[in-house]
Design a protein around this ligand. Structure first.
Ligand code: C2E
Ligand code: CA
Ligand code: CA
Length: 253
């Protein structure tokens, strides 16, 4: 059903882009956002990405859908910049499929030229599982993107088979860690030690850390206590429509 409807859905603009703001933990101000796709189905209502991203990664449609999301993101960045609200980079999710074709760099270059934005206003989120597959291909492509000025973030760090070796080889600017991979269970104390240590490791390596999935005040205070700077999660804001994100940025003084 999803496959039969996807092309039509894209043409009819049933897909849209939500943005989840990222916050500076100490100032509790927005520092940027992450673009997350939504499918507003005319009959079924809102379909969460968890239900279709996997299908599109298998059949290749993810390339087209990501291009759409990236373009909407660039439009939003350009609009904000023209209105005097530059300096709030937005991250986009880059699926593994983009690394096995030749269009990734071309597409990104085309978009930043078309919307007159700087490459460092886009952060490319890549999941660590991609790097485990074909490290040499991925590292060299990522290195080129980084050299061209794009910021590179490792998404869901710690969720899979991330090795310290990857941290050494992969050219990175940002690490995103999701609390859901660490919190809970009977091992809370251990989780805290791991998180604390990863944060200081990343900081020693001059990497920015964004902690995701932050839902409670207790978590916020803990994160502040261990010297973490940036966070994203329902405690601060859910992903919101891009018009809402715009107003949030404009009110973020
Ligand atoms: P992700 O990139 O790790 O995105 C973060 C997910 O966590 C989002 O789910 C977001 O809504 C959710 N989230 C944010 N704050 C909290 C919180 O405090 N608590 C909890 N429990 N969840 C939180 P979403 O939007 O359903 O996206 C799921 C996944 O789908 C994303 O995970 C990403 O891997 C993929 N995805 C979403 N949009 C795109 C896209 O445009 N392109 C590609 N390739 N993948 C996408
Ligand atoms: Ca992400
Ligand atoms: Ca994530």
């Amino acid at each position: 059903e999803i496959e039969n409807e996807m092309e039509k859905a894209l043409d009819e603009r049933q897909f849209c882009v939500y943005v989840q703001p990222k916050y500076d933990l100490n100032r509790e101000k927005i520092v940027g956002g992450e673009a997350l796709v939504r499918w507003k189905h005319p009959q079924k209502g809102m379909i969460p990405p968890g239900e279709f991203i996997g299908v599109f990664e298998k059949n290749g449609f993810i390339i087209k859908l990501d291009y759409f999301v990236w373009e909407e993101t660039c439009k939003l960045l350009s609009k904000l910049k023209k209105e005097g609200y530059g300096g709030y980079p937005i991250s986009i999710n880059v699926s593994r499929a983009h690394f096995y074709g030749n269009g990734l760099r071309e597409k990104l270059d085309e978009l930043i030229a078309k919307y007159d934005i700087a490459p460092d206003e886009l952060e490319l989120e890549i999941t660590e599982t991609i790097c485990a597959e074909d490290p040499e291909i991925i590292y060299s492509k990522v290195r080129q993107l980084q050299a061209a000025g794009f910021k590179v973030a490792m998404d869901d760090f710690g969720s899979g088979y991330s090795s310290l070796n990857m941290l050494k080889e992969m050219p990175l600017d940002i690490i995103k860690m999701d609390l859901k991979f660490l919190d809970g269970g009977d091992n809370e104390e251990k989780s805290h030690y791991i998180l604390q240590t990863l944060i200081s490791l990343a900081q020693n390596m001059q990497l920015l850390v964004v902690v995701e999935g932050v839902e409670t005040k207790v978590q916020v205070e803990f994160l502040r206590g261990i010297g973490s700077y940036y966070a994203q999660g329902y405690y601060f804001s859910k992903p919101v429509e891009s018009a809402t994100y715009e107003s949030m940025i404009k009110a973020n003084k």
